[in-house]
Design a protein. Structure first.
Length: 424
């Protein structure tokens, strides 16, 4: 089989172009001219003897925030090199970092890699202050100008017993060191978040020293997504894509918050499916199959990492959305189904306010969104949850949890239908 695949004529010529995280050339960046100019204007002062401002880039997932930052920093680095300016970029995704101490050590490790030096403090068994000291030592000895890129920063919450979230304390230390003249290195912090309200959770001390320039990234529309995919079409060999492949992939991605990462992933997976099946071209059927696969993979990745209680909240709400005519779910109805689920598996049952808060937390994963609604004086106010992915896919994925699988799907559907009838 390996030899057969080796001899088979592939359809994909350059796979890196189908990697959403690959830093492409500026002429491949589409629909983000204003943001590209803004970020470039603000960071380019690193080319001289000045400190670039701090930035806050916000907007939905897959709208080019990280791509633009990486592209600009890559260009600055290329210009700095012949000018003998030691420019560096330290990029960290905060999604998998638990505490401030873990985050600081990750910055230390990345800074050491960028500078080509050894870290002189252990990962465990030392105070966070020693890690900060090591970070600033490496920075001051090896860089003239440095940009810290903190992606998905709002996910770094840290320990709940602290007054400010960990991301607030991280911003405070980094921006204070950059602004107070403690270092000779010019430091800039680029905070990236899908949560437009993240700055409201930043403590007052951190906010006064961070003081970022805001850059908003809106959703891509279907036409922009098509243009993005056409700029990467040369990842495939000539004449192997059917005409409807790019429009269909763009249309699917436009349905979920205009996510360019999803559009690129769809193209890649569709091409790989066609190759695997030995087809000479990529067609509409491959894109539709890729859509199912990509959607399930993304949902699976998210739900595997959330707590059982969040899974129960999500399952209950998705079950309501799957049965409702609008495809949305009222929080009041979702909570009643949540109560049924917790009773069925003998799990702890939280109050409705906690259920709502857990659903709100899930909005940061772009699985759900919500609006505050009222259906007249008699119904009162409630939240209505809409799903970015198919509720059926979410339900199917959540049923991989053995506790949820114990509950009869038919019973859940029956409870949901009864509760929906009571809504009126």
């Amino acid at each position: 089989m390996l030899l057969e695949f080796d001899e088979q004529e592939g359809l994909i010529r350059e796979r890196t172009l189908l990697d959403p995280n690959y830093v492409v050339e500026e002429d491949r960046i589409v629909g983000r001219d204003d943001q590209l100019q803004e970020v470039t204007k603000m960071l380019r002062v690193a080319l001289g003897d000045n400190r670039p401002p701090n930035l806050f880039l916000y907007g939905p997932s897959g709208t080019g925030k990280s791509l633009i930052t990486k592209a600009v920093c890559k260009n600055i680095s290329q210009i700095c090199e012949p000018r003998d300016i030691r420019f560096g970029t330290i990029e960290v995704n905060c999604q998998d970092l638990d505490t401030l101490g873990v985050a600081v050590y990750e910055l230390v490790s990345r800074a050491a890699d960028e500078a080509g030096v050894e870290v002189q403090v252990p990962k465990h068994g030392v105070a966070t202050k020693e890690k900060w000291d090591e970070l600033f030592r490496i920075v001051d000895e090896n860089f003239d100008s440095l940009v810290f890129v903190l992606d998905e920063l709002d996910m770094l919450v840290g320990r709940r017993d602290k007054q400010d979230p960990a991301f607030s304390r991280l911003l405070y230390q980094l921006s204070r060191a950059g602004a107070d003249g403690e270092l000779e290195t010019f430091i800039s912090v680029v905070a990236i978040s899908n949560d437009t309200k993240m700055m409201e959770s930043v403590g007052s001390r951190a906010l006064s020293s961070f003081t970022p320039e805001d850059v908003h990234f809106g959703d891509y529309d279907a036409n922009q997504l098509q243009a993005i995919l056409r700029r990467r079409q040369d990842a495939f060999y000539d004449d192997v894509l059917d005409d409807d492949v790019i429009p269909l992939a763009a249309a699917f991605a436009a349905q979920t918050h205009g996510d360019a990462r999803k559009a690129i992933d769809l193209m890649r997976v569709a091409g790989e499916l066609a190759e695997r099946e030995g087809d000479p071209r990529v067609n509409e059927a491959h894109v539709r199959e890729a859509q199912d696969k990509v959607e399930k993979n993304r949902v699976l990745e998210v739900v595997r990492g959330i707590s059982t209680q969040k899974k129960l909240c999500l399952y209950a709400t998705a079950a309501v959305a799957a049965e409702s005519n609008s495809g949305a779910a009222r929080s009041t109805t979702g909570y009643k189904v949540y109560q049924f689920l917790t009773d069925s598996i003998d799990a702890d049952q939280y109050h409705q306010e906690t259920y709502v808060n857990k659903m709100k937390e899930l909005t940061t994963y772009s699985l759900v969104d919500f609006e505050r609604r009222s259906h007249g004086p008699s119904s009162g106010m409630f939240l209505e949850f809409q799903f970015g992915e198919s509720p059926a896919t979410i339900l199917e994925t959540l049923r991989e949890d053995s506790r949820i699988e114990m509950v009869s799907q038919d019973e859940v559907a029956s409870v949901v239908q009864a509760q929906i009838r009571n809504e009126g």
